[in-house]
Design a protein around this ligand. Sequence first.
Ligand code: UDP
Length: 235
Amino acid sequence: MQPKYKRVLLKLSGESLAGKEGHGIDFDTVLKICRPIKTCSLMGVQIAIVVGGGNFWRGRSNGQMDRTRADHMGMLATAINALGVADALEQLGMQVRVQTAISMQEVAEPYIRNRAVRHLEKGRVVIFGCGTGNPFFSTDTAASLRAAEIEADIILKATMVDGVYDADPKINANAKKFDTLSYMDVLSKDLKVMDSTAASMCRDNHIPICVFSLEDPENIERVICGQSIGTVVKE
Ligand code: UDP
């Protein structure tokens, strides 16, 4: 298989790192996800990753706390995941750098766009932690922001479902999967692909998004090599 893209931004939700437990990090699951990342990197594809934090904490789900503080906790959760994914990639022999949007220089590099691009050009995988560094945003928005900054060809949004449906496929057996969608469809039909801030950012910066299932982590390689799986959101 030959890669279709030169530089991709892979969004891994926190949930995807949790395995069957549904919480925390399952290291075998993380290793399974990292193997196709390595394969693609060895094919010459530049790979940046934005990790979520929902396997530990989501700011918006906590109604009892001040939202800003709860979101700070969520961003720290993404830093834990970034380190977990970095460790797995390193165990597979990869060169990795973690950059965080909130400074924690004893633990990771601060986010510096040009340095991130330089790492990518040298074949290192770059993992972005702490989302955008701001409360009231999501890691999907961080993915669209970083993809625009590093001029990624596409955002690969790995999820627990195999694409975007017109209804919840777990509830409605007649739910129809879309092969392609426009950004406007996502925004106007309120399809649960990503939040509207992230979708608008992708639309304004002409960044396509491929939503696909991580149930089989080899899908990462399939998508990067241009196989039509999942749902592609574009103009
Ligand atoms: N978060 C934030 N700003 C950001 C990105 C994330 O405040 O730019 C916080 C927010 O509380 C969010 C949590 O980090 O709920 C985890 O991120 P997200 O919910 O996007 O993770 P995922 O659902 O992808 O695992």
